[in-house]
Design a protein around this ligand. Structure first.
Ligand code: ZN
Length: 314
């Protein structure tokens, strides 16, 4: 059984995208309007190909279907997680994602709870996270009247910050941010407000106001993440979040370090280089430590964002 699946990222052009995925990670991007790197994904809108070992050349979705033993006790009918890197060179639309129940009924997709690790951002960068309305009537009224400044909550961000964005949260990444996103494997977004922007044909992007009004949480349920740091031998573990959707941590290795794995684990290398169970990895690489790999042996200098789904005991 293959212990490590290295993935070939898929790049998606967006009107708000830029060239930081090339500048920061040296990726071969399609244009200087590249917004998203789908780094670990088996979603139908961007299904990564395995780059190494016996399974080389297969799509991650095929590997998940045919070799489920590599994914431990995963019960989801589709590969459940998606890791992206987003380059917001301009403001993203103000948006909300549905939960599993609504998305499965209406979109044939999973819901989208997501979280963000801020890799880099401009000084005084912000994002939109949550709203001020106390009741659904108030929320609907403010959306209908376009009272965006009064409705939307802006918070300042800096590199290294982490945010948990449950489905139902109104949010937007703003200009000048480079973010690693760990999310449920979903591509369902309801746009609430797009700053009345028009494209080169003078057309506005489609909004989904009615859907958004149904799925938005009222009042806003913000959750502040207080990271917990644990020092192990040659390894610093920073714990950010652990919910039924995913657990996300940062592992920083300096030298030789061993880590027992609970489940198949998604890994994105933010900086440095080294070896993982003998395989060479470097900044910008993304891989899955499958369930065939009970322990990870790291060597080198590596800063990594890792995620997995913790089984909640019955
Ligand atoms: Zn989002």
């Amino acid at each position: 059984m293959q212990e490590i699946l290295k993935l070939k990222p898929i790049f998606q052009e967006r009107i708000w995208g830029g060239d930081k995925l090339k500048k920061h990670f040296d990726y071969d991007i399609p244009s200087d309007h590249t917004g998203e790197c789908w780094a670990i994904s088996a979603h139908r809108n961007g299904d990564c190909i395995i780059e190494n070992g016996a399974l080389k050349g297969m799509h991650l979705s095929e590997v998940y279907d045919k070799y489920r033993e590599l994914f431990g006790s995963a019960e989801s009918p589709v590969f459940p997680l998606l890791t992206k890197i987003l380059d917001a060179s301009d403001d993203l639309s103000v948006q909300v994602h549905p939960d599993d129940e609504y998305a499965m009924q209406n979109e044939d997709d999973l819901g989208k709870t997501e979280c963000w690790y801020i890799i880099d951002c401009e000084e005084n960068a912000e994002m939109i996270y949550g709203h001020q309305a106390k009741t659904r009537e108030e929320l609907v009224g403010m959306i209908d009247e376009g009272k965006w400044d009064a409705l939307l909550q802006r918070i300042s961000i800096k590199p290294g910050d982490f945010f948990y964005v449950p489905s139902g949260t109104i949010h937007a990444l703003c200009k000048g941010t480079l973010v690693l996103e760990t999310q449920q494997s979903s591509d369902t977004t309801y746009r609430v407000y797009d700053y009345d922007r028009v494209d080169e044909k003078g057309e506005k992007r489609q909004l989904h106001i009615e859907e958004a009004k149904k799925v938005l949480s009222v009042p806003h349920k913000g959750s502040t993440v207080e990271p917990v740091t644990i020092e192990e031998e040659n390894l610093t573990v920073t714990k950010y979040t652990s919910t039924r959707f995913f657990t996300v941590e940062k592992w920083t290795v300096n030298g030789k370090a061993d880590k027992k794995l609970k489940e198949f684990t998604l890994v994105s290398v933010l900086s440095g280089q080294g070896l993982v169970n003998g395989l060479e990895v470097k900044k910008g690489d993304h891989f899955i430590l499958t369930s065939a790999c009970k322990e990870a042996h790291f060597e080198g200098n590596l800063e990594m964002i890792v995620s997995w789904i913790d089984r909640i005991p019955c």
